[in-house]
Ligand binder design. Structure first.
Ligand code: 5AD
Ligand code: SF4
Length: 447
């Protein structure tokens, strides 16, 4: 039985990228303005929002199994939740979800979730609805202003992608590139800082493609936005992700050298180290042009930590071509990276290309690639031991008196001491593990 009374509690489950995390937070804030509260830990919620990801794997199948689990739990409890499917699977497969999963009351795409409250009212009245419209920027204007923030906050400045890499579903699920207006971003950043943010990560599928105009009508790129945000004395750190090599301009490179608050970390996906594969992927760079670009960043900011994304087993990838990916990894020495097996996405050009690579070959290549990436990450962490740096405290650790925060290079750092969440403290890095470091608190909270 579907509920016929308005929900009092909600749970938003976000999968996938940080942009989904951001969307999940904004949906939660929107629900709160309707008097719907977060469900207490361990209790069933009256409304469950599955904020889905479509980038890889059998993401849609995962959504159906989640829905199945919710229905089963609801049957056992004698009380089913209202179920909303949001995110990129909702965008890509909205009507199919409605047809296949009668338990779902609402399907709402990433550009339409500001309409959730009205859809909830409809659902309670027994009317199911799909909204996957993509009105440019209407969503942000309709969302409530920010009231709460973790110390490390996300701020979506740009959405969508016009690059059309041949493996990628994003240009179809998130639509064309749009930049949020400068004034709205400056305002949201200010609210986040007032609400407790010490660090802001600017988000976008192609974040460095952001463009805008300042209050005097001057054209700006993301570097200009970063310089403006850095003027707020209460904002201590700025990051951005994810970038395409084609959008990295001289001004952004210079900003890395000139703005201390811009953290020394760059996530710049390369995907493959082989030029034929890069061309087939429709990436507008070569291995060489990517390496030259990194050189310029490293010249501006010598302690820059690099991160990347990789795909193994793109259609037609030979052993020798894969080895070029290992070579570029050896050359760059990433501090941290994400690597994936190619996953054919329905509707993308690569899905129907000849030479699809077998699962066994992909498994084996992924293992070899990850061995190299893990080696470099461990080496980067080991080389950090002995350094003193600022750590932004994000949460409590498992043991009493223990805290977890992030170094400027986005490493997780554990330490003990008399601090609180949101403090920016000086820590000496004393021991390195593969995924985190142990630190020693040097001075009490400075903020
Ligand atoms: N298969 C595997 N990995 C993919 N990515 C995007 N699309 C696919 C796909 N079809 C990876 C890319 C991208 C990251 C977000 O996900 O590496 O940078
Ligand atoms: Fe996908 Fe390429 Fe756009 Fe990134 S740049 S979102 S990989 S199409």
């Amino acid at each position: 039985m579907k509920p016929t009374t308005s929900p009092k509690t909600y749970r938003v489950k976000s999968f996938g990228c940080q942009m989904n995390v951001y969307d999940g937070e904004r949906m939660a804030e929107l629900l709160a303005t309707r008097g719907i509260a977060p469900a207490p830990e361990g209790e069933d919620a009256d409304l469950v929002v599955l904020n889905t990801c479509h980038i890889r794997e059998k993401a849609a199948e995962k959504v159906y199994s989640d829905i199945g689990r919710l229905v089963k739990a609801g049957d056992e409890a004698g009380k089913s939740p209202l179920i909303a499917v949001a995110g990129c699977v909702a965008q890509a497969e909205g009507e199919e979800i409605m047809a296949r999963a009668p338990a779902v009351s609402m399907v709402v795409g990433p550009q339409a979730y500001h309409r959730l409250p009205g859809m909830i009212d409809d659902a309670v009245a027994g009317k199911r609805g799909v909204d996957t419209a993509m009105p440019a920027d209407a969503k942000f204007a309709a969302l409530p202003s920010r009231r709460k923030s973790p110390p490390a906050a996300f701020l979506t400045i740009q959405e969508g992608c016009d690059k059309f890499c041949t493996y990628c579903v994003v240009p179809y699920t998130r639509g064309a590139e749009i930049s949020r207006p400068y004034i709205a971003l400056v305002e949201e950043a200010k609210r986040l800082v007032e609400a407790g943010a010490k660090e802001i990560t600017l988000l976008g599928q192609n974040v460095s493609a952001w463009t805008g105009e300042d209050d005097k009508g001057r054209k700006l790129g993301m570097a200009g936005l970063i310089r403006e945000l850095a003027k707020d004395p209460d904002l201590k750190r700025i990051r951005y992700t994810t970038s395409h090599p084609a959008d990295m301009d001289d001004e952004l490179i210079a900003t890395h050298g000139e703005v201390d608050k811009l953290m020394p970390y760059l996530h710049l996906p390369v995907q493959s180290g082989n030029d034929r594969v890069l061309k087939a992927m429709n990436r507008s760079h070569t291995a060489e042009s990517y390496l030259r670009l990194l050189e310029r960043f490293r010249a501006a900011r010598p302690d820059l930590a690099l991160s990347g994304d990789f795909i193994v087993g793109f259609p037609g990838e030979t052993e020798a071509e894969f080895e070029d990916t290992l070579k570029i990894v050896d050359e760059v020495r990433y501090a941290q990276a994400y690597s994936f097996k190619y996953s054919p996405r329905p509707g993308t050009p690569a899905a129907t290309m000849d030479g699809q690579v077998s699962k066994e070959v992909m498994d084996e290549r992924l293992q070899r690639l990850q061995a190299s990436l893990n080696r470099d990450q461990a080496a980067f962490n080991a080389a950090s031991v002995g350094k003193t740096c600022d750590v932004l405290v994000e949460r409590k650790g498992k043991h009493p008196g223990q805290w977890l925060g992030k170094s400027p290079w986005l490493q997780s750092v554990w330490f003990e001491g008399d601090v609180g969440i949101g403090d920016l403290v000086q820590v000496e890095l004393v021991e390195a593990g593969p995924n985190s470091l142990a630190g020693r608190l040097l001075v009490p909270a400075t903020v």
